[in-house]
Write a protein that binds this ligand. Structure first.
Ligand SMILES: O=C(O)CCC(=O)C(=O)O
Ligand SMILES: [Fe+2]
Length: 337
């Protein structure tokens, strides 16, 4: 099947996404809620209310006092930078295989909203599927150990957030924790290291984007923004037609979170998976390399996504993700599987 912007997609989520490529306008009146996670166990009920409000209204929120040390985050960024500084030939030894969320890719992700490749390279880590995809100890000592440790810390925070949503949706508290079991071979949550290439500033945003407008495929995304590396903009679903985009402050001490399509479906649309994108820097703004790190909580392949009210027919997490990945990578990259 040809993958291009005119392809009619099977999932509603994809049809929606393919219509949102317009530049729109900046709307800085909206605030991204910051939610304090300190004393999580004692304050869980209060945190849950704050999360639910943020997730149903804006779809994006930032978590402060999340428990991952600043040192661990800084180290992850430094190590990611070292990975991307490896030679093209070295990185090309670890390519993203067809239709999988693992390995290295560069300039290959074409969003249905834009039809142009994101101006970035990325490296994906999904625990069970990394064979042959780690750089060697000579190339980058300690890389796998450090990244898997960071991945585990992200998972902890992700599961805390999801346990709050489980409470509100009437599932067992640990429902999503079991659905994202890292010990299973069907685990498919992914840590993604991102490097947006240095660029020349634009007077006006044109066809090329650092990351074209999209919603995420997963249940929940934890995004670590590099202090000062701006450009991320969000647009709540309700306002997508008007195209009013809010800048997300690039704070290095909080985790920026958003709901993805999988959880929107799993919550019968109660939780909003919102559009976001990374625009090109304008004249006068920082134009160097831009880094970020994302952790995508994606239910294990064999889990069935079924909302409490059964609004949508059940679909396995594997089938759901496959359709989304397929629509996002070009044929040239070997993405059509
Ligand atoms: O780099 C960012 O700020 C956003 C990345 C993103 O949206 C994604 O990888 O899905
Ligand atoms: Fe995203």
């Amino acid at each position: 099947m040809e993958k291009n912007v005119t392809t009619p997609y099977q999932l509603d989520e994809l049809n929606r996404e393919s219509t949102y490529g317009g530049v729109g306008e900046d709307a800085d009146e909206r605030e991204i809620p910051v939610i304090d996670f300190s004393d999580f166990t004692q304050r869980k009920a209060q945190i849950t209310e704050a999360l639910w409000h943020a997730a149903t209204e804006v779809g994006f929120f930032q978590i402060a006092n999340h428990g991952i040390s600043q040192q661990a985050i800084n180290n992850a960024f430094t190590t990611a930078e070292q990975f991307f500084a490896l030679s093209e030939e070295t990185k090309a030894q670890y390519p993203r295989p067809k239709g999988a969320n693992v390995g290295w890719e560069s300039l290959s992700q074409v969003r249905p909203s834009t039809g142009t490749p994101d101006q970035k390279e990325s490296y994906q880590i999904t625990r069970p599927f990394m064979q042959g995809l780690w750089p060697t100890e000579e190339e980058l000592p300690g890389f796998a150990t450090e990244m898997l440790d960071f991945e585990q810390q992200c998972w902890q925070v992700g599961m805390q957030v999801l346990s709050c949503f489980a409470d509100k949706l009437g599932f067992d508290t640990d429902f999503f924790t079991q659905a994202h079991d890292p010990a299973s071979g069907a685990y498919q949550s992914t840590l993604r290291l991102l490097h947006y290439y240095p660029t020349t500033p634009v007077e006006e945003q044109g066809k090329l984007w650092r990351a074209g407008a999209h919603t995420d495929f997963d249940c929940l995304t934890l995004l670590f923004q590099h202090e000062g590396h701006g450009g991320l903009q969000v647009c709540p679903g309700k306002e997508a037609q008007e195209g009013r985009w809010t800048n997300v402050p690039p704070r290095g001490d909080v985790i920026t979170c958003n709901i993805g399509d999988m959880l929107q479906r799993w919550s019968d649309d109660a939780l909003q998976s919102n559009l976001h994108r990374v625009r090109m820097p304008k004249t006068g703004e920082y134009t160097g390399s831009r880094q970020s790190i994302a952790f995508f909580c994606q239910a294990n392949k064999d889990k069935l996504i079924e909302g409490p009210a059964n609004k949508y027919p059940p679909i396995t997490a594997e089938d759901f993700l496959n359709q989304r990945i397929q629509a996002n990578f070009t044929k040239a990259d070997g993405g059509g599987y």
